[in-house]
Design a protein around this ligand. Structure first.
Ligand code: GLN
Length: 475
């Protein structure tokens, strides 16, 4: 059962010689074989290559040439992150046969650090969704209850970690797609500050919001993964050249000021299970010496609306490349215009088409000022609101999502109720802030996530607080 270890535990076992990367990788592959038929976390498993990478890691370790903290650790990638010469579908029929021309920067950083890439995980098409039901290759199921969704869009990565099919996984988060599935599955999910991690080789959804980050079994593991994948990159001009993440583990939360935004906690749709579990965790934080303060975050109420205007605008621009000429599956034997339109109509799912239409409309002449430009102005107000709030508090806390994992099919025909799931997560993307979800202690049947936001580039504070709380909860 080596696959149930955290990365931190596995490293100790590898270092002491009790475990090899081959044994660890084999344990994960066996788990995938026995569970993935039912859960469908993976779109592709690299069994042979993973074992080869594991053997190479074991040789390095035997020779004393360990490359870094993730050497020999099996990690899965969401299938919108490119691995050279491997299929990269983004969960879409449009890219069902597309092979990546190069490694994403994060892929390269992981392999340079010796990590074993075990396979690619399922996602909502082009990362648009909150349940992983919008994948063109069928839904992923929640390991806690297979009649329920795992959340999304990084649902495959969340399930792969929860079901011990790998030790950690990468996801992408544009409006909550790392944190909400982490919350629904009961694991840790971190969206780094915008600019912390390179987006080169990530199939873009909304470029000004997208950020790659870890889904892991603990805050400590998430920090290890972040320390490897972070960093300035010439292939992504939005990466920061000044800030470097180093963990800074404190042993107490005493004196820490934690802001509770009035507007968020007053949201009507918060389910009783979520309210109960999150409030219990807040009490625990307080008993550990943190100070909880009521804060006002003006305009944060508008974040969902701002996101659902700006995101589709960027989607409509980014997805124009899938025109069956430059990229994407082509319907053959048609005149030029029909080749474009019918290839797109046939190979893009309805949610993706909806967002392209909304974005194209919001950017069109006569409407751009009313929608896009207006939303950009409110985005600035939201960002300023956070800046001001962080002058008086260290961290901000909300629930990760208003509900626990819902039933498969429950929200599929109601896009607005699916969008409402993002109410607490999107503002971190709108403001570019780092944010994380960790599981609360919960008496309910399904896991509940607690959501922390920190000032820009202060992931260390976020992770240290999460670790202290996590260790107290699992005590
Ligand atoms: N659920 C959100 C959406 O559908 C978030 C997606 C994401 O973060 N990739 O837009």
């Amino acid at each position: 059962m080596y696959n149930t270890l955290t990365i931190t535990q596995a490293i100790k076992e590898l270092e002491s010689g009790n475990l090899t990367s081959r044994k660890l990788t084999e344990a994960c592959l066996t788990q995938i074989q026995s569970l993935d038929g039912a859960l469908h976390a993976f779109l592709e498993v690299y069994a042979d290559e993973a074992l080869e990478q594991a053997d190479r890691s074991d040789i390095r370790r035997a020779e004393g040439n360990v490359l870094g903290p993730l050497d020999g650790i099996p990690i899965a990638l969401k299938d919108n992150i490119m691995v050279q010469n491997k299929r990269c579908t983004a969960g879409s029929k449009m890219l069902a046969t597309y092979n990546a021309a190069y490694d994403a920067t994060v892929t390269k950083k992981l392999t340079d650090a010796g990590a074993v890439i075990i396979g690619k995980t399922n996602l909502d098409e082009f990362a648009m969704g909150g349940s992983t039901e919008q994948s063109a290759f069928g839904p992923t199921k929640n390991p806690h209850d297979p009649d329920r969704v795992p959340g999304g869009s990084s649902g495959g990565s969340a399930v792969a970690v929860t079901a011990n099919m790998c030790l950690a996984a990468l996801g992408s988060d544009t409006g909550g797609s790392i944190r909400q599935p982490a919350s629904f599955c009961g694991i840790t999910g971190l969206k780094p500050t915008y600019g912390r991690v390179s987006r080169s080789g990530l199939i873009a959804m909304a470029s000004s919001f997208d950020q790659i980050g870890p889904l892991a079994k603990s805050a400590e593991d998430a920090a290890l993964v972040l320390s490897v994948i972070q960093g300035q990159d010439n292939a992504d001009q939005t990466t920061s050249d000044v800030e470097v993440f180093t963990p800074d583990w404190k042993d107490t939360v005493k004196g820490l000021k934690i802001g509770l935004p009035r507007q968020a906690w007053a949201v009507k749709g918060i389910e009783p299970d979520v309210r109960e579990a999150t409030e219990k965790s807040l009490k625990l934080l307080e008993s550990l010496g943190a100070e909880l303060v009521d804060i006002d975050l003006p305009y944060v109420d508008e974040a969902l609306a701002v996101y659902y205007v700006l995101m589709p605008c960027e989607v409509s621009a980014n997805l124009s490349r899938f025109d069956a000429m430059r990229f994407g599956a082509r319907k053959q034997g048609l005149p030029l215009f029909e080749t474009y339109s019918e290839s797109r109509a046939e190979n893009l799912g309805s949610e993706v088409q909806r967002r392209i239409l909304i974005g194209t409309f919001a950017l069109s002449s006569g409407y751009i000022d009313a929608y896009y430009v207006h939303a950009k102005k409110v985005q600035t107000l939201i960002r300023d609101g956070y800046k001001k709030a962080f002058e008086s508090v260290d961290l901000i806390v909300t629930p990760t999502a208003p509900t626990t994992a819902f039933k498969l099919g429950e929200k599929l025909s109601d896009p607005l109720s699916m969008y409402l799931e993002d109410i607490f997560t999107v503002s971190a993307n709108v403001a570019g802030l780092p944010a994380l979800s960790i599981p609360c202690e919960s008496d309910g049947q399904m896991p509940v996530g607690l959501h922390f936001l920190a000032p820009w580039f202060e992931e260390a504070k976020l992770l240290s607080t999460a670790k202290i709380l996590q260790e107290k909860i699992t005590e």
